[in-house]
Design a protein around this ligand. Structure first.
Ligand code: SAH
Length: 217
């Protein structure tokens, strides 16, 4: 791949080891972190620090999550090859690429037009094919439902009802819930309208914003 050197690969291996020390155990997730060239997702100003476990600005007031957060959410999803996954908050596309490395199909929604346009072009240019949608993640994608897994990569004040409906029975949703700080939450759909909930500690995301750019002229 263009601009991906042995040095970058070495830094990624170290990052994967660091995430293992921080408790990530799923080997396929660690392998995905070792594979996706995170430095290509960042502005030049941050490229030298791409393999540190920190978040960076990606424009439009948004951030690319810390690798640990990406790995943690990916691990919680318990992905199986061929799963149909809905991701809310495409952002830089880094999490999307990690999901694709897990062998799943990804439908991803972004509400910031500039980020949507940029990432829709960029990801395929480095070999990652997802289905990109510009719209409001709160609504999900009813036309493409149901999904085996749903991942929300922004802090949600509450669980969007439409998304629960679009989850397959047996499926899993991973969503950080809260305002300033969020609780990482896993919901498993055990039957129509029946969910089991598990919580996994505090994380900090940019907010999941409700539709305000379209529909209001
Ligand atoms: N997964 C991203 C992280 C993005 S930060 C990455 O790896 O880079 C969260 C993203 O969610 C931002 O890009 C933000 O614009 C987007 N977002 C916020 N509210 C949204 C909504 N209602 N629908 C879709 N995307 C939303």
């Amino acid at each position: 791949m263009q601009n991906d050197t042995y040095r970058h690969k070495g830094l990624r291996r170290q990052l994967a080891l660091q995430l293992k020390d921080k408790g990530i155990t799923n080997l396929e997730v660690l392998k995905a972190i070792e594979t996706v060239p995170r430095h290509l997702f960042l502005d030049n100003a941050f490229i030298e620090r791409a393999y540190e476990d920190i978040a960076f600005p990606i424009g439009e007031g948004q951030t690319i999550s810390r690798p640990h957060t990406v790995a943690f959410q990916t691990e919680l999803l318990q992905l199986k090859k061929g799963d149909k996954v809905l991701e809310i908050g495409t952002g830089s596309g880094y999490q999307t690429a990690v999901l694709l490395e897990m062998g799943v199909k990804v439908y991803t929604i972004e509400r910031q037009k500039a980020l949507f346009d940029k990432t829709k072009l960029f990801l395929p240019s480095i070999g990652y094919e997802a289905k990109f949608f510009y719209g409001d993640g709160y609504k999900g994608l009813p036309a493409f439902a149901p999904f085996d897994k749903i991942l929300i990569t922004a802090g949600a004040p509450e669980i969007p009802k439409a998304l629960l409906e679009q989850l397959n029975v047996g499926g899993v949703m991973v969503i950080p819930i809260g305002d300033a700080v969020q609780t990482m939450t896993l919901l498993r759909k055990t039957a129509v309208n029946k969910f089991e909930k598990e919580e996994f500690g505090a994380f900090k995301f940019v907010p999941l914003l409700e539709d305000k750019e379209w529909g209001k002229g």
